[in-house]
Design a protein around this ligand. Sequence first.
Ligand code: AMP
Length: 287
Amino acid sequence: MIRANDIKSAKKILQDWRRKNYSLTLVPTMGYFHDGHIALMAKARQLSNKVIVSLFVNPAQFGPEEDLDKYPRDFDGDSKKAAAAGVDLLFCPTVPEMYHDNHMTEVSVRELSARLCGIDRPVHFSGVTTIVAKLFNIVQPDYAVFGEKDFQQLVIIKQMTADLHYSTTIIGHPIVREKSGLAMSSRNAYLTDYEREVAHSLYTALDSIRREVQKSKGQKVVAELIKMAKNIIIQHAECSIDYIAIIDSDTLKPCAVISQLSRAVGAIRINDRIRLIDNVALYDEPV
Ligand code: AMP
């Protein structure tokens, strides 16, 4: 595995690969790899000749009160894991190079970025789309793999890719979970053992919506399903709810009635310190 810490050396390697007609897949990450990241890398391995993983804790997607400074980092451990996963190029640019002093440009996707997590994190998604646009321009990948764990992000990236005419095909990857159902996340490192036990209530709540919907063949009232899920979460005094919703997977708009495209989504806070998100498709997605 080659490691490039600046744009110029990454571009040199990528140009060489493109000249040799290799197909390229990019997996953008913020590091502190867990099995969810590794699964995305394995998917990328199947898609193309060369796998590029970017590792960049992107300041632009953190709000002023958020956890940028304490976001978990382990560059050496990540390098070893990426090499073991068959990654060809680990691209770790610096903040001053990605956002030079006179940086003025922002890429943002209207409407979709304002919904769900965008309500509590108003600058988050424009930070994400700006960095992903930059990475697409540097790498020019044939494919890019994103996790369904960040479902809103995946939908927004697909929209940006279509709107800006990128030639990259966006591939979504299913969520990788702990045995308890808790979605793997770098932020799980913040959880104490006890908090980890209550954190999976988010998945339990969203999955209970899925089970009720399938049992009733979609006939349940949306508001009742949301109330049931919220009750599961607030049984734990440590958990507060940012939102629980049933949305359309394409538009991210709340569903009035359940359809094949409906998805239960949620964000909770544990002890007001740790914000976790998750989502569950209410019907099996067509393959
Ligand atoms: P992050 O490093 O948290 O920015 O995540 C990098 C990529 O990994 C994003 O596309 C995430 O959606 C994806 N990802 C994170 N956690 C998981 C998970 N548990 N299962 C699948 N994909 C994930």
